[in-house]
Design a protein around this ligand. Structure first.
Ligand SMILES: Cc1cc2nc3c(=O)[nH]c(=O)nc-3n(C[C@H](O)[C@H](O)[C@H](O)COP(=O)(O)OP(=O)(O)OC[C@H]3O[C@@H](n4cnc5c(N)ncnc54)[C@H](O)[C@@H]3O)c2cc1C
Length: 436
């Protein structure tokens, strides 16, 4: 049986990893590799870093966690920097690997990489980031319902979430040299100092992800009141904060789903416990939207390819990024993002609506700013939600948020706005110049 490259992507875990599971079943020896691809470290067409410091730090910590877990099992993670395809094929040749195993991606650029690799090596891809196996859905992806509720009802009724795969005890392979995992600084960026106001001190890695599950479910039982608290703005426990670990694949959505089921069996089952699973279905839905619509999720007119007339006002966009628009609720949220790399779901909906409907800017610029800063950036969830907010996604209705009304509903006493606009006194423009 052959030796194989196991290429880690957004699946930085050993538990419930179908590519790893298949490689272990089908091959004798495994060479685990992660490539820091130059493409994702560069600036985009709007001059923004594609991977800013918050996300980069979380990613590097996740790689350290994965390397430690592999070392406990007799292997190690080779971390290299360069052009993905070239580095992977170089490794395959160096270690005489005839196959490559990896999780599948669902977006245009990443599928392009898969296609070109498949031409050069026996490459096998697995669904490592979805809840369901897309082949087992009660419809073909090309007929994915355009309305989320229809999708949800059909999958809830007809499809089982597969149980997570176990973590292997051993990962056999050849002797591998130690490769250093770089720091944020060695990759040319400067890490902003930790902000005390941050909802959480996010740290990458599967262990940290499981610690967060333990905290949110078992230690504090916050899950039991998720539905009531999830529109909160301040603090660690108004929502699960699982997103950065899910985005990097330190946690699988199946593991989270089954932890919730376990909680329902042992503690309680209520609307809140159901609602967390409901949100995982949104995540799943946006993956399927990407599968169905391909490059169209990046079109200015979205998957509908709608005629749009975005204005190109750079000053308005820069003010939005820096949290200096003059709308205090928008500014508070944008500063939270700028100073910490996180923003609540309520905040995201409001700032996205403001950029698109108030400032009339191309939604893709907003999505690119989120891509650069969000510690939990996930291409499908980000572009899917942005299209939705811009009225060019699945639901063509225009979702205009009245930010004043929203502020009085969700920040009635102004505590959130004071926290980000008055306390701490960081100057957003200087901060951007220094760190972004
Ligand atoms: C404009 C915009 C951009 C967004 N960009 C991203 C992104 O890049 N990455 C990302 O993970 N989420 C994104 N979201 C969705 C959502 O805001 C975050 O998933 C959520 O705030 C993360 O916090 P949490 O883990 O505490 O979520 P919880 O409320 O605890 O939800 C649990 C999990 O369900 C999933 N989820 C919840 N809401 C959504 C949703 N609307 N769409 C898809 N998945 C969801 C996430 O994986 C989340 O971790 C975006 C939303 C908007 C409006």
């Amino acid at each position: 049986m052959p030796r194989a490259i196991l290429w880690f992507r957004d699946d930085l875990r050993l538990e419930d990893n179908p590519a790893l599971d298949a490689a272990l079943r089908e091959c004798d020896e495994i060479v685990p590799v992660y490539i820091l691809d130059q493409r994702y470290l560069e600036r985009d067409r709007w001059g923004l870093r594609r991977t800013g410091p918050y996300r980069l730090k979380f990613l590097l910590e996740s790689l350290e966690g994965l390397d430690a877990a592999l070392r406990e099992r007799g292997s190690r993670l080779m971390v290299l920097k360069g052009v993905l395809e070239q580095e992977l094929l170089r490794m395959a040749e160096m270690y005489q690997c005839r196959r490559l195993y990896a999780s599948k991606a669902y977006t245009h650029e990443e599928i392009g990489v898969e296609t070109s690799l498949s031409k050069a090596i026996d490459a096998r891809f697995f669904h490592g980031s979805t809840l369901f196996n897309p082949e087992e859905l009660p419809f073909v992806v090309a007929q994915l319902p355009d309305v989320f509720t229809q999708f949800r009802k059909r999958v809830e009724r007809f499809v089982e979430v597969p149980e997570p795969l176990p973590t292997p005890d051993e990962v056999p392979g050849p002797e591998l040299p130690k490769t250093d995992i770089p720091s944020v600084e060695s990759l040319g960026q400067q890490m902003p100092p930790a902000d005390e106001r941050s909802v959480l001190k996010f740290r990458g890695g599967a262990e940290e992800g499981h610690a967060r599950i333990r905290h949110y479910l078992w230690d504090t039982r916050s899950l039991s009141s998720y539905k009531e608290s999830r529109n909160g703005l301040i603090g660690a426990d108004y929502s699960s904060k699982f997103s950065p670990w899910l985005a990097n694949g330190c946690l699988s959505s199946r593991s989270v789903y089954y932890e919730v089921e376990d909680y329902e069996a042992k503690v309680e089952r209520n609307e809140s416990t159901y609602w967390l699973k409901f949100e995982l279905l949104w995540r799943e839905y946006f993956r399927l939207v990407a599968m169905r619509y391909g490059r169209r999720i990046f079109f200015p007119g979205g998957i509908q390819d709608k005629a749009v007339g975005w204005k190109d006002n750079n000053k308005a966009f820069q003010d939005w990024c820096s949290g200096t628009t003059g709308d205090d609720f928008v500014d508070a949220n944008m500063r939270e993002l700028l100073f910490t790399g996180f923003m609540s779901n309520r905040g995201r909906q409001n700032v996205a609506s403001y950029l698109v409907h108030q400032l009339k800017q191309d939604w893709r610029k907003g999505a690119a700013w989120f891509e650069s800063l969000l510690v939990d950036y996930d291409v499908c969830s980000n572009y899917g939600n942005w299209m939705y907010a811009a009225g060019v996604g699945n639901d063509p209705r225009s979702r205009v948020f009245n930010t004043r009304k929203q502020a009085s509903m969700y920040d009635g006493d102004g505590a959130y706005r004071r926290l980000w606009l008055e306390v701490g006194g960081k100057e957003p423009l200087l901060f951007r110049q220094q760190f972004l």
